[in-house]
Design a protein around this ligand. Structure first.
Ligand code: PNS
Length: 158
């Protein structure tokens, strides 16, 4: 059983995330979408809602589960669940600069490898931050987020 984890804040989950998660699911037997809470960050959606949006969106896909990371280290979470790889999408060299130290630290902490998947060209510009800003200012993001996310974003739009 090859198990991978796709970790992130998912505030909210968007189509760029979903594309990477689907590709991870084609490479591994099981993918855990692990939703994190970093208390230094200010989130638009509370943890329960970020998990709910991911679950609603991924419900029809086999071999994918969504759960919270909890408060500890991702490396420890991976060790406890027998996760063989962390899967991350890369949009740019700045993503790589951000991800590489974490990948190295996670491997040194628990032996878990990180697998980077190049983001699909159509989604290279997507980030949860940009999507929230555009939606809040009345722009259309329907092309970039699943329906359950769009509904919630529109609830807060002008
Ligand atoms: O979507 P994000 O906010 O960029 O995701 C960051 C995440 C969840 C991957 C990172 O913050 C993380 O791994 N958090 C768990 C705590 C941890 O293990 N920190 C040390 C990382 S080497």
């Amino acid at each position: 059983m090859r198990r991978a984890v796709c970790p992130g804040s998912f505030d909210p989950i968007h189509n760029g995330h979903l594309e990477v998660i689907a590709r991870a699911a084609s490479l591994f037997d099981e993918v855990i979408v692990a939703v994190s809470t970093n208390y230094a960050k200010k989130y638009r959606f509370p943890l329960e809602e970020r998990i709910e949006m991911a679950r609603e969106t991924l419900a029809s896909l086999r071999g994918i589960v969504v759960e919270p990371v909890g408060e500890g280290l991702l490396a420890e979470y991976c060790r406890q669940r027998g996760v063989s790889a962390i899967v991350k999408g890369l949009r740019s060299s700045s993503d790589f600069d951000y991800e590489l130290p974490m990948a190295t630290m996670n491997r040194q902490l628990s032996g878990v490898e990180t697998v980077f998947l190049p983001a699909e060209a159509h989604y290279l510009h997507l980030s949860s931050t940009l999507i929230k800003e555009v939606a809040t200012l009345g722009g259309s993001v329907s092309e970039y987020v699943p329906r359950s996310v769009l509904k919630r974003l529109l609830a807060g739009a002008p």
